[in-house]
Design a protein around this ligand. Structure first.
Ligand code: DSN
Length: 432
């Protein structure tokens, strides 16, 4: 047997040992790790939390039940849980500079339930909610027609003009529908918006305001987007956010409320709708909040504010690349998110699959005024937060945008796009 044959046999034997030692879940976890590492993630709602945050998700905090709130638990053994929850609450309020007027609940598991906590706190059956419709960038949990909440609450939408939010349309809908609650905050809206003015208007028409900042939480925390946290009529009454998008934490949520509403929100969460909080999630969120505040650092040591500035610059670069290749965007990007309007003849599902085949992960998305089906909508949504965390720079985002754009316009084929992907992927950091 030659040298090569010998090493090949050793290799096969190591694979055999690996397969024997690993169960199916461990193998899938390794395979998923490799998939994430070797692809370019442009999903606007995803990101990579620090390894320290992930470690806390799998820590002994998982093992403890803690129904109730700090100082008032229903089981024994919560002395450390109390300190943890209070600490994370304080850090969440500090991150958003909200200590003066707001309280926060850190027990809710994700974004849609966070919004539901607000609905169940302030709405009575039959009350009206006003939000942006799904096609224009709203979210399913803001009472779309497919939402189960429409069994209990009436729903109307405000519209965009030319794909963009305008005060006049917003005010017209307030006047017409007299909602009890208005939702401000979007899942697929590339522009920025002014919370202060929208809150003032909603309050002037007697509505309460829920600001859902899930997508832009990191931008708000870094002072790179207007904030919904203000005293009086300029501030939202409730603010919900997930913690894993631009905020770069683990999957979880925060529900903020003006202090007068906080006892009712807490009651809705527990015992109203949920049991024991997931302390492991709370601990991991706490770690990420420390990273936002600069008391801890992400592995690349970039301060959070600089990271967010890069996220914004990189989204602009991605947009420029697409436009250079001839792809239109719905409205100019001023956040982490780019919404491309696909040429009529391009099928978004096929495009999404083709991109995945060459290692570019995206999601097809509805665009304002979309008449195509939600399964094969007319747009492609891209975000810069995840690849910025992996160290991708402005010029590479530009190149990637140009390459994707050229593929969409039929000027590059899959093989050519694949060369670009592989080249870009080589220089990215991976922390897990
Ligand atoms: N999946 C998230 C998003 O893409 O916006 C929220 O549901």
């Amino acid at each position: 047997m030659g040298r090569r044959g010998f090493f090949s046999q050793i290799g096969n034997y190591l694979v055999f040992l690996y397969n024997k030692a690993m169960n199916q879940i461990q193998k899938l976890t390794d395979t998923e790790n490799e998939r994430q590492k070797s692809t370019l993630n442009l999903i606007a709602s995803e990101n990579y939390p620090s390894p320290k945050a992930l470690t806390l998700l799998g820590s002994i905090w998982n093992d403890k039940y803690a129904e109730g709130y700090p100082g008032k638990r229903y089981y024994a053994g919560n002395v450390n849980a109390d300190s943890l929850e209070e600490f994370v609450q304080a850090k969440a309020l500090e991150v958003f500079n909200a200590r003066e007027d707001y309280g926060v609940n850190v027990q809710v598991l994700s974004g849609s339930p966070a919004n539901a906590m607000v609905y169940f706190t302030v709405l009575e059956p039959g009350d009206t909610v006003l939000s942006l419709n799904l096609n224009s960038g709203g979210h399913l949990s803001h009472l779309h027609t497919t939402s189960s909440y429409v069994k209990f609450f009436k729903h109307f939408t405000y519209s965009l003009r030319g794909g963009k939010l305008h005060e006049a349309e917003f005010e017209q809908a307030l006047k017409e529908h007299k909602p009890r609650l208005v939702v401000i905050g979007y899942s697929s809206y590339p522009a920025q918006y002014e919370f202060t003015r929208l809150c003032q208007l909603a309050h002037a028409y007697g509505a309460l305001v829920l600001a859902d900042i899930s997508h832009i939480a990191g931008l708000v925390a870094a002072g790179q987007h207007s904030s919904p946290f203000h005293s009086g009529a300029s501030g939202a009454d409730f603010v919900t956010t997930t913690t894993h998008k631009t905020l770069r934490g683990p999957r979880s949520a925060l529900v903020f409320a003006k202090k007068e509403y906080m006892p009712a929100v807490n009651k809705t969460v527990f015992p109203g709708t949920s049991g024991g909080p997931h302390l492991n999630q709370i601990a991991a969120v706490g770690q990420s909040l420390l990273e936002v505040l600069g008391e801890e650092t992400y592995p690349d040591k970039t301060p959070f504010n600089e990271y967010i500035q890069d996220v914004l610059k990189n989204a602009k670069a991605l947009e420029s690349g697409l436009k250079q290749a001839g792809v239109h965007v719905t409205i100019p990007t001023a956040t982490h998110l780019v919404l491309a309007k696909l040429p009529e003849e391009v099928d978004s599902l096929t495009l999404q699959n083709d991109l995945e085949e060459v290692g570019i992960i995206t999601n097809r998305n509805a665009i304002p005024g979309d008449e195509k089906s939600p399964w094969r909508p007319g747009g492609l949504r891209l975000g810069s937060a995840a690849l910025t965390s992996r160290g991708m720079k402005h010029d590479d985002f530009l190149m990637l945008g140009e390459a994707i754009g050229s593929f969409i316009m039929g000027k590059k084929d899959k093989a050519e796009l694949s060369i670009v992907t592989k080249d870009l992927q080589k220089s990215l950091k991976w922390y897990y």
